[in-house]
Design a protein around this ligand. Structure first.
Ligand code: HEL
Length: 405
């Protein structure tokens, strides 16, 4: 029997609890007008059925947490650990993959607020001769418009052997950038959106150069400590997730092969592009604070929210995704795919409602597509997304990285 729990309330543990787009300055950006309509109540039954499907499709477990004003809704299905059969908890820590990019972008935008960084300056102004083209700016990097090839495409062409080859490796940022530069660039600087981990490795190097300290210090001093994120850690190059956590299971490429426990890894291939560990509560706190304007000046937040269209329902700002839901509501946050874990962490425009949903498997396109339905249930209310975009696998646009099989 697969364990499940649904609930609402404050702290009762596992059982608690219109879009208008206007063309803007450049054709590639769109203004982000937003109807301030009240959101319908979250559909907790719908959330539970999303997680149920995710487990049916091969995830050992799945969790979701909605924070809405003073209310929290926690939903779980399945196991944190297949070997001990420990039930997953909505409080479990997990690897958040590229949700890390929002943290890295916020640190750099804070440095811009402090006049230590010009977003439109060439990266090479701060890191002389790092990149082969002086036209690549900090803004290009943060918006995935630099054209820097994503080195992880080659690294994980074969999912399990690629992962095993790097799970205990420690890379320097410059090693990862050298891997990228050994391949042709995908586009001229600024000419197109092309998602690449390389951009956020450059972001990490910039953080270290401008602060004179490892990225871990910047995450801790600027975000983790001020927001009281007790479950958020940057442990690189340590391999363990501290405290109570979900194990992560990588789905092999060969159909029917046993899941691989990928929990322990250096995540050195990702670092400032994807190595943070967190929890649903902390991610909801982080995006809520960001969107409420508590982390950046209004001007910097507006820059973070200048979006480039990626596909029919997704846009990318600076380390921030926007997803347009079937009910006309847009939500803001990031997705993550790291070996063993998928994450969706998003909040409403005003930060008043936030959702984090995670599954402890990866390399499973059905699970990734189905988990997106959690956004519909959390922000669109009852009956949302059925037969529309919510539960269908999202088709990646040209240039969008697809980690799926
Ligand atoms: S991919 C994404 C997601 N991002 C990007 C980043 C992250 N994660 C990665 O680059 C990991 C790639 C390997 C993941 C691995 C798996 O599923 O465990 N896949 C394979 O090995 C496939 N052969 C754009 C989806 C994001 O949502 O931003 O996180």
């Amino acid at each position: 029997m697969v364990p499940a729990s649904v609930g609402r309330g404050a702290v009762l543990g596992a059982a608690v609890l219109s879009l208008l787009t206007v063309p803007a300055r450049a054709a590639t950006f769109e203004a982000d007008a937003h109807a301030a309509a009240a959101l319908p109540a979250p559909d907790v039954t719908g959330l539970d059925s999303v997680l149920h499907s995710v487990v049916d499709q091969g995830a050992p477990g799945a969790l979701a947490r909605v924070d809405d004003g003073d209310d929290s809704y926690l939903v779980t299905r399945g196991f944190a650990d297949r070997s001990t059969r420990q039930a997953i908890s909505a409080a479990d820590r997990f690897r958040i993959g590229s949700v890390t990019k929002s943290f890295s972008a916020v640190v750099l935008l804070q440095l811009a607020d402090e006049h230590k960084l010009d977003l439109d300056a060439p990266v090479n102004r701060y890191l002389p001769e790092l990149l082969p083209d002086d036209r690549i700016t900090v803004r290009h990097v943060l918006s995935h418009r630099s054209g820097l090839y994503d080195y992880s495409n080659d690294m994980f062409a074969s999912s399990v052997s690629g992962f095993e080859a790097v799970r205990n490796k420690v890379f320097g940022y410059r090693d990862l950038i050298a891997l990228s530069l050994s391949r042709p660039r995908t586009n001229a600087p600024g000419a197109a959106y092309s998602y690449s981990n390389t951009n956020y490795v450059v972001a990490g190097l910039l953080i270290e150069k401008l602060t004179g300290k490892p990225v871990r210090d910047a995450y801790e001093k600027r975000l983790i400590t001020p927001l009281g994120l007790r479950d958020t850690f940057y442990v690189h190059p340590d391999t363990r997730i501290p405290g109570r956590h979900a194990h992560g299971y990588l789905t092999p490429d060969a159909a029917g092969a046993e899941l691989v426990d990928a929990t322990d890894q250096t995540a050195s291939w990702a670092q400032s592009a994807g190595a943070l560990i967190s929890s649903a509560r902390d991610l909801n706190t982080f995006y809520s604070a960001l969107l409420r304007g508590r982390l950046l000046s209004a001007a910097r937040l507006a820059e973070m929210e200048r979006f480039t269209r990626v596909d029919g329902t997704t846009s990318y700002g600076l380390g921030l995704r926007r997803r347009d839901l079937s009910c006309g509501v847009s939500v803001y946050g990031h997705t993550g795919a790291v070996q063993g874990f998928y994450t969706y962490a998003f909040a409403s425009k005003d930060g008043s409602r936030s959702l984090t949903a995670a599954a402890n498997t990866s390399n499973n396109s059905k699970v990734l597509g189905t988990l997106a339905g959690a956004l519909e249930s959390a922000f669109c209310g009852e009956g949302a997304g059925k037969g529309t975009t919510g539960r269908a696998a999202r088709v990646p646009a040209a240039g969008e990285r697809d980690s799926r099989q």
